[in-house]
Design a protein around this ligand. Structure first.
Ligand code: AMP
Ligand code: MG
Length: 321
């Protein structure tokens, strides 16, 4: 815990990532409750342990439907809807591919092409059967696995925001491993929270700029977050569901500014798949969502800033609106 200008910061490591909570009161008990809430939610959704509600579904693949709690069912329903959109880069049935690549875990290497070809038929989201009446989820084939890693943090960040609001907190920030959700603005900075946009493949505190928001979520997905190098290439953790290989386009990161962090998490993946040009076109029709694209050729491309302000920090990168 540190105190600078009335800010009390509390940190932990959860969901394999650093978690930071900023409050404007000295209240370690409240922070502990937030970390407990996150841990409870992680216990439902994780696929990085043997047991969780989601793992119970995966263990029963090809055998039987599994009834889950309402929160898990609802998030799976959202994931299923997004995964079955035409041309969606998002696929929550991607588990077998994620597990095979092991990116971010020990023992990662580029799999044999034949392994990937064999796994792709086990990633069909249409073969995940949801029964709303029974609140159950059934993976039709043995070997199928769902993975909510792309959206669990966003969902949980929204839960934390909602819970803090219920406790009467009006100004706070939670950063769940890159998923930032905020309440209000800091007391002496009415223009908003200052959220750093990281410089890809650089020091942790090297920034391309600062994103200013009030009462918004800021989510970044970048290929520099989890990756390994082999055969002179960077193999990262955001997969193209069509190929089973990491998404390969001009992008280094996508940041989404939205009300709900769950939306931010969904749209970072979808926009990643669309790429900058198609993504910007699509954003023009979405009044609630803004995004910032960072490209391999050192450009920062901002959607027309309706819900944020961007202040560049590194002029060697070209800024476009
Ligand atoms: P994020 O950090 O939010 O970008 O999510 C990355 C995580 O989402 C990965 O570590 C995988 O667990 C999962 N994932 C990877 N590719 C996809 C995809 N195309 N659709 C849905 N989830 C994915
Ligand atoms: Mg995500």
């Amino acid at each position: 815990m540190a105190n600078e200008a009335g800010v009390y910061s509390y940190s932990a490591v959860q969901m394999g990532s650093p978690v930071l909570l900023k409050l404007f009161e000295n209240n370690a008990a409240l922070a502990q409750q937030v970390f407990r809430l996150i841990a409870q939610q992680e216990n439902l959704f994780t696929v990085n342990r043997v047991q969780s509600e989601v793992m119970a579904i995966n263990h029963a693949a090809g055998e039987r439907p599994v009834a889950v709690s309402p929160a898990v069912f609802n998030l799976i329903q959202v994931a299923h809807t997004v995964s079955t959109l035409p041309d969606s880069a998002f696929n929550f049935a991607i588990g077998p591919i994620v597990k095979r690549w092991k990116i971010g875990f020990q023992g990662n290497s580029v799999p044999a092409a034949a392994d990937i070809t064999a796994l792709l038929p086990l990633t069909n989201p249409h073969q995940v059967v949801l029964d709303a009446a029974a609140q159950s989820v059934y993976l039709l084939q043995r070997g199928m696995e769902i993975d909510l890693g792309a959206i669990a943090k966003g969902y949980i960040a929204d839960r934390v925001q909602q819970w803090l609001r219920q406790q009467g907190v009006t100004q706070a920030l939670i950063n769940l491993g890159g998923n930032v959700q905020t309440l209000g603005a800091p007391p002496h900075e009415p223009q908003g929270w200052q959220i750093g946009l990281k410089k890809p493949f650089a020091d942790d505190n090297a920034l391309l700029g600062v994103i200013e928001v009030r009462e918004k979520s800021v989510v970044t997905s970048g290929i520099y977050e989890r990756y390994f190098e082999q055969q002179g290439r960077c193999w990262h953790h955001i997969f193209d569901p069509r190929t089973g290989y990491p998404l390969d386009n001009e992008l280094l990161s996508v940041t989404v500014i939205s009300d709900r962090s769950l939306d931010g998490d969904i749209y970072t993946t979808l926009l990643y798949g669309m790429g900058t040009e198609q993504g910007l076109n699509w954003l023009a029709s979405q009044s609630d969502i803004d995004a910032i694209f960072v490209t391999r050729d050192r450009q920062i491309v901002c959607s027309s800033p309706r819900h944020y302000r961007f202040r560049p920090a590194d002029t060697t990168w070209k800024l476009h609106y």
